[in-house]
Design a protein around this ligand. Structure first.
Ligand SMILES: Nc1ncnc2c1ncn2[C@@H]1O[C@H](COP(=O)(O)OP(=O)(O)O)[C@@H](O)[C@H]1O
Ligand SMILES: [Mg+2]
Length: 1031
């Protein structure tokens, strides 16, 4: 509780906010002192455990503002200062959380604040429950039904300016979401006698005064009313038509508007109010006494009543003054005397008002009804008339106090008794607390055959002329010995002094009340003469006619007496309440004068006593503030002990024991019952709850972490799976591709082979590829192996179907090669080539050594450096004429024309002549002018001999020259070219070659085929040259 205390403002710490915390909890003085302290600080609410004790402040303390409501919304009961909102919120949350119907029992004597409490709680429920558009409709109705009911059912009494004169049990129905969806009102015993009679200082029901004060003039006129309540008999019996705390005019507006909201049509409102008006007029019907016959003095009121209720005036008039008696099967109209007529009038007024009130409640119920069939949970608010003691107490007080007696009984049943019985059944050691059980009083009133009500009923039924006094006598006989009953006759001397002869006293749990039996029989019988009922049945006023159904006239059954009816409905109510989970608000009034700030200790002590608050506190203190079945307790707090978290598989009781040990509960703090754990002080529970709330955060973190881990793991698993999947798919794709490649390869191979087999057929589907391939391969091969030199005649072998192309290509390539060769050739080279060409033309196919010479390029100068020196020293200076140019220079061997001696010589061919020079000194040995040159001869063979033939024009000339050159083809070609006598060269067949010498002599050279080249002198003086043919 420290915790709770800590949470409250300093102001709230005045006294103790829960009597359980009171040091001296057995002392009534301490109890009252605590109440007083708090009351003085305007702290009107104090707890006894879950029970709220409320002291009426008689002033507006701003305790019910929307801000206040927010404080209590969804907050633990003990966490905010005591308030009825905490009770309402707790009930609401229990209803939602545990799906249990709830009821709030508000008790206390008249004026203690019950009705206010019930209204505020209803408001709290409307404001703080779940919101939605269609729900607001029902909320409005629930709230607006209140002013209507109060207007018709409340009145000013000396105890309370707004005293409820009927019992009310209001259900608010909630759907599963916690939104109010409907309501229902049960009403109990309206104090209808108030319509015709009020004690001094009291008023009739508010509506009468409201109508006169608040209705506009038109309405008043239609009702034939004046704004003067004092002038109407029924409204002024208590000589108090105006109450300072009440604004009748404003209230009328509120009621009028409320009626419209709760589905009353304009017609219905008017009919309702015209009934109210008719009753006012009925009160003004006065009778004269003409002998034994009553007569109506002034016809006007009756006329107005008849018009307002829309029933025939004569019938009404007759019914008010006569009574039909059935005697021996015959109907007789018997006139009433003055008293009887007044009685009948009052009975009519009461009956009409009473039935109208019941109709009103039903009508409101229709408007509040929820038509949905689904299961609803309810919070019931019981606001019933409180215990009442007046100067004169009659049948009404008897009923009201009996009702309170029953409620006290219920309270005892549900708290004191059941609490103690629970300890017993749970096997908890327990020292019983003595409390007064008022069952004995309840029995005194209601016991069958022996109770006061039974005796009253019996007396009412009795033929003859039973009177209230005969009833009292019966009562004395039957219950005279009862400890809670006293009458003048049965009481001791002392008591007698305080009791009249027509009185009896009941020792109620809340105190002694003396009842006057006068009127008991009548009120219990609740007689309405048949004639009046008939008159009402004739009414065209819809409300009236539905209140007085014609069927009732045919009902021969004796109507149930009022007391029995009341008893039955109370017992039904108790049965309902027993099924619901109760919360209690115990209202106390601080003084009898409705004064703010006045705390009357005597009055309060009395209430504390009869409300049983001390016993309540003692049981609470001795007992345990909190109890919970093991399962539920373990389930909530199992996370606080590692042995029970996350699951405990043993017996719940053992689990709870482990939990208590781990929470380090002290032994006196708790007890383990058979099925429940009992915790003595809220403090212990709060500590546990706090630990739980803290732990919840830890748990949330752990759960979060676990969840995150799990989520990550799941993600990882997913990714892993994805990887496997991708790999698998990729493998598949790769495998497919490989397969495809292999298949293609196989196909290519197959086509290749097919193509190869059919390669020689004309191109067709089978061999096309192969052929193309061969072509491409060939072309590639060709590209890589093209001949590099013009003389290279190699050429790859073409596949059959490319031969033609190959040949063409070869030609083209060759031509191109040649062309390029030519283009790239230097003039010298060109000349060389031309020389070679010339040589070829001359020698090709003729001389054996020719092929050998082809590769050797022709040179123009084969002189050694020595030769060069000599040449320039000797030849150029001595022999070479100005216009001459050497064209060919080469060492040669000269054969003498006779004897064939060999002589090394140097041959120089110029553009004019051939010079044969001594190799040693370059002395001119022979000179042949080209003009004299007649021919040059060589053999077919591979020898190097050549003969230059020359015409001998004078004697000095020596004739033909026989020469040997290693480059015979070069030498001869060069000379012929220099001489410009290409055709002069002749290749002679083996055999003899004649040559001329000076003087016209001839020599012979014999060529023959031989294994090697040999030149020698023949036997016949000829020169024999043998040589191979070059092959
Ligand atoms: N909580 C409260 N705050 C202020 N005034 C109150 C409170 N409770 C009751 N009263 C005053 O006391 C009067 C009587 O209260 P009411 O609830 O009608 O009593 P009961 O229904 O118990 O007879 C109210 O009209 C109001 O003036
Ligand atoms: Mg009330």
């Amino acid at each position: 509780m420290d915790h709770v205390e800590g949470a409250l403002s300093a102001r709230d710490r005045v006294g103790v906010l829960d009597f359980v915390l009171l040091e001296n909890y057995r002392s009534e003085d301490a109890f009252i002192e605590n109440l007083r302290k708090r009351f003085q600080h305007n702290l009107i609410y104090t707890y006894i455990g879950p029970v709220v004790v409320s002291v009426n402040p008689y002033r507006d303390l701003k305790l019910y503002t929307p801000e206040q409501m927010q404080i209590y919304r969804g907050v633990n009961f003990y966490e905010a200062p005591p308030h009825i909102f905490a009770t309402a919120d707790n009930a609401y949350r229990s209803m939602r959380g545990e799906a249990r119907d709830q009821c709030v029992l508000i008790s206390g004597e008249s004026g203690a604040g019950k009705t206010e409490a019930s209204k505020k709680m209803l408001q709290y429920l409307a404001v703080c429950s779940t919101h939605s558009h269609d729900v607001d409709r029902i909320k409005d109705r629930l709230i607006l039904s209140n002013p209507v009911l109060e207007a018709f059912g409340n009145a000013k009494t000396i105890r309370n300016d707004n005293s409820s004169r009927f019992g009310k049990y209001m259900d608010v129905q909630f759907d599963y979401k916690g939104a109010p969806v409907g309501g229902h009102i049960l009403n109990y015993l309206l104090e209808k006698s108030r319509v015709v009679q009020q004690a001094e200082g009291e008023r009739s029901f508010h509506i009468f005064y409201q109508l006169l004060a608040g209705a506009d003039q038109d309405l008043l006129d239609t009702f034939f009313l004046e704004r003067r309540p004092d002038s109407y008999a029924y409204l002024s019996k208590g000589n108090c038509t105006r109450v300072s705390s009440i604004d009748d005019k404003a209230d009328f507006k509120t009621v009028y508007n409320a009626l419209k909201v709760i589905d009353f049509t304009q017609e219905e409102i008017e009919e309702l109010l015209s009934i109210v008006a008719s009753i006012i007029h009925l009160g003004d019907v006065v009778f004269t006494s003409d002998g034994d016959r009553a007569g109506i003095i002034d016809a006007m009121p009756v006329n107005r009543v008849a018009r307002l209720l829309q029933c025939p005036e004569e019938i009404l008039e007759k019914a008010l003054t006569h009574r039909t008696i059935v005697a021996k099967g015959e109907k007789l109209l018997s006139p009433l005397n003055e008293d009887q007529a007044a009685y009948a009038r009052d009975a009519l007024s009461k009956a009409v008002y009473d039935r109208m009130f019941t109709w009103l409640v039903q009508k409101i119920n229709t408007s509040l009804a929820n038509k949905e069939q689904y299961r609803k949970h309810v919070i019931g608010l019981l606001d019933i008339y409180g215990f009442e003691v007046f100067q004169k107490n009659s049948f009404e007080q008897f009923c009201i106090n009996f009702c309170n007696e029953k409620l006290q009984q219920l309270f005892i049943e549900l708290t004191l008794k059941s609490e103690q019985e629970e300890y017993l059944s749970e096997g908890i050691e327990w020292e019983p607390i003595a409390y007064f059980n008022n069952k004995i009083i309840c029995d005194l009133v209601e016991e069958r055959h022996r109770g006061i009500i039974s005796i009253l009923d019996e007396e009412c039924l009795l033929p003859g002329d039973p009177t209230d006094l005969t009833f009292l006598a019966k009562l004395e006989n039957a219950v005279g010995e009862h400890p809670h009953f006293v009458s003048h006759r049965t009481g001791d001397v002392q008591t007698r002094k305080t009791l009249d002869r027509d009185e009896f006293r009941l020792r109620h749990y809340a105190g002694d009340v003396t009842y006057s039996v006068t009127g008991f029989l009548d009120k219990n019988n609740d007689l309405l003469y048949r004639d009046l009922k008939e008159a009402m049945c004739e009414s065209k006023n819809q409300v009236t006619s539905s209140c007085f159904p014609k069927s009732e006239l045919d009902d021969k059954k004796r109507p149930v007496t009022t007391a029995t009816q009341f008893k039955t409905s109370l017992n039904q109510l108790m049965a309902i309440l027993m099924k619901e989970e109760p919360s209690y608000v115990r209202c106390i009034k601080p003084n009898d004068n409705k004064m703010p700030g006045v705390f009357d200790p005597i009055l309060i002590r009395h209430q504390v006593k009869y409300l049983g608050l001390m016993e309540n506190l003692r049981v609470r203190r001795a007992g345990f503030a909190y109890r919970r079945p093991y399962e539920a307790f373990l389930n909530r707090y199992k996370c606080l002990c590692k042995d029970t978290w996350p699951n405990y598989y043993g017996k719940p009781k053992d689990g709870v024991e482990l939990l208590c040990q781990s929470m380090e509960y002290r032994h006196d703090e708790y007890r383990l019952g058979n099925t429940k754990i009992f915790i003595r002080l809220p403090k212990t529970l709060f500590a546990t709850e706090d630990a739980f709330q803290l732990k919840k955060h830890d748990l949330a973190t752990t759960i979060q972490a676990t969840y995150k881990g799990h989520a990550q793991y799941k993600k990882y698993k997913r990714m892993q799976w994805a990887v496997t999947m991708i790999a698998a798919h990729w493998k598949r794709v790769a495998a497919k591709r490989l397969l495809e490649r292999r298949r293609n390869a196989a196909q290519v191979l197959r086509r290749y082979i097919n193509g190869f087999i059919t390669r020689n057929q004309p191109p067709n589907g089978d061999n096309e590829m192969f052929i193309n391939h061969c072509r491409v391969t060939f072309l590639h091969k060709l590209r890589d192996s093209l001949p590099k030199s013009i003389l290279d005649k190699s050429w790859p072998t073409a596949p059959p179907n490319l031969r033609e192309t190959s040949a063409l290509l070869k030609d083209m390539f060759h031509n191109n090669q040649v062309r390029r060769y030519c283009l790239n050739m230097s003039p010298q080279k060109k000349m060389q080539m031309q020389e070679k060409l010339t040589a070829s033309e001359i020698f090709k196919g003729k001389k054996s050594s020719y092929p050998e010479s082809v590769a050797q390029p022709f040179k123009s100068n084969r002189l050694t450096p020595q030769h060069e020196a000599l040449k320039s020293k000797v030849f150029d200076k001595k022999y070479l004429s100005q216009e001459e140019r050497p064209k060919y220079m080469s060492p040669v061997t000269k054969y003498d024309r006779h004897g064939y001696k060999t002589r090394p010589r140097v041959l120089i061919a110029t553009n004019l002549a051939v010079y044969i020079l001594d190799e040693q000194d370059f002395k001119l040995k022979d000179k042949i002018l080209y003009e004299n040159l007649t021919g040059i001869s060589v053999s077919e063979l591979a020898d190097g001999i050549f003969v230059i033939h020359a015409e001998c024009t004078d004697k000095k000339e020596k004739g033909d020259v026989i020469l040997l050159s290693d480059q015979v083809i070069e030498a001869t070609t060069k000379i012929a070219l220099a001489a410009g006598k290409i055709n002069s060269i002749q290749v002679v067949k083996p055999g003899g070659l004649a040559y001329t010498m000076s003087g016209g002599k001839e020599g012979l050279i014999e060529f023959s085929l031989g294994a090697e080249t040999r030149v020698e002198k023949g036997k016949k003086g000829q020169l024999v040259v043998s040589a191979c043919d070059g092959n």
